[in-house]
Design a binder for this molecule. Structure first.
Ligand SMILES: *Cc1c(COP(=O)(O)O)cnc(C)c1O
Length: 370
């Protein structure tokens, strides 16, 4: 394929930092991880950051640290990557889905209160595709109903809501560094929090439940191996040093897509940026209005352009249906977006002429008589 869907942006600095680690002989639990955590916390404006082996691992630890477990319910969105709801299942709690706003694709705060029960302990807010959810409304509901907020900010590093960074609205927040995210460590994630207890618990849990500063191999609770290795941390430091560039390049590319597609709203709806939000553009998704999406994907692929459906609604995955009895029609806005959403090639290195070319072909396919 001439145009893949995503591609990491790796430079000389990344090579240098990773090589330094390889030559140092310290490949895990070293100073790179500590430095990465410190720099990351500073970037978000959080007191603490705990590096982990993936975003999914981070969500798992954030939920355990929030004290969520068997019999509890957690409100979340069906329109997300499957990991956000799966993490709720890992701790034995029940994900309670609330439909999305069909314009922003984020959870619809007006539909949250109806789903709160005596068992509800938290709202797991996902900031989808690089844009913050409606945090004023969500924070208000959480305060009123005494619920914790945990942010899944895995797709929205650097995004802001009314000037405030995502990741700073709840008890904890999780970021992810898979190669298609705003920055990458290969695999990796980060839990940020201002709560020292949450931080210390996460550090212990990621390291086999070991007590901090304790004797070697003193395990005080059931833990995991969710540590980030030093090569990944070094990669993370290099990427974080250029995060403003990584984000602004993607915003620029999104701007080109907007420019070449916005005259064709009836065919392909471009993403909406809510006033007051800084959108940091994880992927570029349009809604295909009038054509069979699989056909469009096939035709794009014949022209060397990769396009993918992003995201299927979580409640309609087989094991969610089997466990909770969900059916098509349960969350109409999420399903509508799931059925129409098409992610287009989106990575640093795309030039304006590439984007113009991709858009031209897309529009041609969408206006063809068949
Ligand atoms: C990427 C992502 C995660 C975490 O993914 P990992 O691959 O485990 O790092 C979690 N939630 C959402 C919404 C994501 O997009």
């Amino acid at each position: 394929m001439k145009y893949p869907i995503a591609k990491p942006y790796i430079g000389k600095k990344e090579e240098k930092y990773v090589l330094e680690v390889l030559r140092s002989g310290v490949l895990s639990m070293g100073l790179k991880t500590e430095k990465f955590e410190k720099k990351f916390a500073e970037f978000i404006g959080a007191k603490y950051a705990c590096a982990v082996s993936s975003g999914t691992a981070g969500l798992h630890l954030a939920l355990i640290s929030a004290g969520i477990g068997k019999g509890d319910e957690v409100i979340t969105t069906p329109f997300s990557f499957v990991a956000s709801a799966n993490a709720i299942l890992y701790v034995g709690a029940k994900p309670v889905f609330v439909d999305i706003d069909p314009e922003t694709y984020n959870i619809d705060p007006e539909k949250i209160e109806k789903k709160i029960t005596k068992k509800t302990k938290a709202i797991l807010v996902v900031h989808i595709f690089g844009q913050s959810a409606d945090m004023n409304s969500i924070v208000k509901i959480a305060k009123k109903r005494n619920l914790k907020i945990i942010e899944d900010a895995c797709e929205s590093l650097g995004a802001k809501y009314r000037g405030k960074n995502v990741g700073m609205f709840g008890e904890s927040a999780v970021f992810a560094f898979y190669p298609n995210k705003q920055m990458t460590t290969g695999e990796g994630g980060m839990v940020v929090t201002n709560d020292k207890k949450v931080y210390e618990l996460c550090r212990s849990l990621r390291n086999q439940g070991r007590l901090e500063n304790a004797q070697w191999l003193d395990h005080v609770r059931l833990g995991y191996n969710y540590r980030l290795d030093e090569m990944s941390a070094a990669l993370g430091i290099a990427q974080l040093e250029k995060i403003k560039f990584l984000i602004s390049e993607k915003q620029k590319i999104a701007g080109w897509y907007d420019k070449y597609l916005s005259a064709y709203r009836n065919l392909a709806q471009v993403p909406i940026v809510v006033p007051g939000n800084v959108h940091t553009r994880f992927i570029y998704v349009v809604l295909i209005r009038n054509k069979n999406r699989n056909q469009v994907i096939k035709r794009l692929s014949r022209c060397g352009i990769t396009a993918k459906p992003y995201f299927p609604s979580i409640h309609l995955f087989k094991f969610y249906r089997a466990s909770f009895g969900y059916r098509p029609g349960d969350f109409p806005a999420s399903e509508l977006v799931s059925n129409k959403a098409l992610a287009l090639p989106f990575y640093i290195g795309l030039k304006e002429q590439d984007v113009r070319h991709i858009c031209k072909i897309l529009i041609k396919i969408l206006t063809a008589n068949s």
